[in-house]
Structure formats: C-alpha cells, structure tokens
Write a protein that binds this ligand. Structure first.
Ligand SMILES: [Zn+2]
Length: 113
C-alpha cells in the first residue's frame, strides 16, 4: 500500500468542538491534496482518554495517508455513543466521537472551520 508522504512542514486547521465530554480539538494537517494527519486533543481529560485519543489520531492519519476519504473515515465514527453524548439531540449534545465525523465532513467547506 502506498502512503502519501508526510511533509516536514504542513498547514493545520484546528476545529474546537464543544461536547458533553468537554472541548475537543480536532487538528487536521494538510498538504495541497487535503488532510493527511489528524490529532485529537481533549481539553481536560488526561490519562487513558488521552492515550486513546492519541492512538485514534494515529490510525486516522494513517488512513488519510493511505487514501481513504474523510467521508469514509467519518462514517466509522458517525453515530457512536459515549457515556455522556446524546446523538438523538445532536449538535453540541452529540458524543465526542460522533462530532469527530462532523468535523471530517465539514473540512474544506469553510476555510475558517
Ligand atoms: Zn465522549
């Protein structure tokens, strides 16, 4: 499998998402062909949650570099619940995981998002 090579320096966009689990920062690193790197930073949570966020970030980055689309990746997050999220109510009430899919879907639609 060919992976897109990761440049030494790349542009990033940061989306801050308010979730029932606190603020989540979804940071997408990109080259001219779009995102190829993702980092998730949970505003407050540390320890195990931070480690899970790290590994999810690494796997999503790998998928982006392998050519999966943002929509294909986001599909795997969409609708996932966590103990605090309420996907029925949506918006800022939706689970942190579901909102990651929203950020991936919105990416590129608004340069400021
Ligand atoms: Zn959550």
């Amino acid at each position: 499998m060919d992976l897109r090579s990761k440049p030494l320096v790349f542009d990033e966009t940061t989306a801050r998402v308010r979730t029932p689990c606190g603020n989540v920062f979804v940071i997408l690193g990109r080259d001219d062909d779009g995102p190829l790197d993702m980092r998730l930073v949970f505003g407050k949570a540390g320890g195990c949650v931070a480690t899970w966020a790290e590994v999810v970030s690494r796997l999503v980055s790998l998928m982006l570099r392998a050519g999966f689309t943002k929509q294909e990746i986001g599909y795997e997050f969409r609708g996932l619940a966590c103990q605090r999220g309420d996907n029925e109510r949506g918006g800022e009430q939706a689970s942190c995981l579901h909102q990651i899919a929203e950020v991936l879907d919105r990416d590129g639609q608004n340069p400021d998002s």
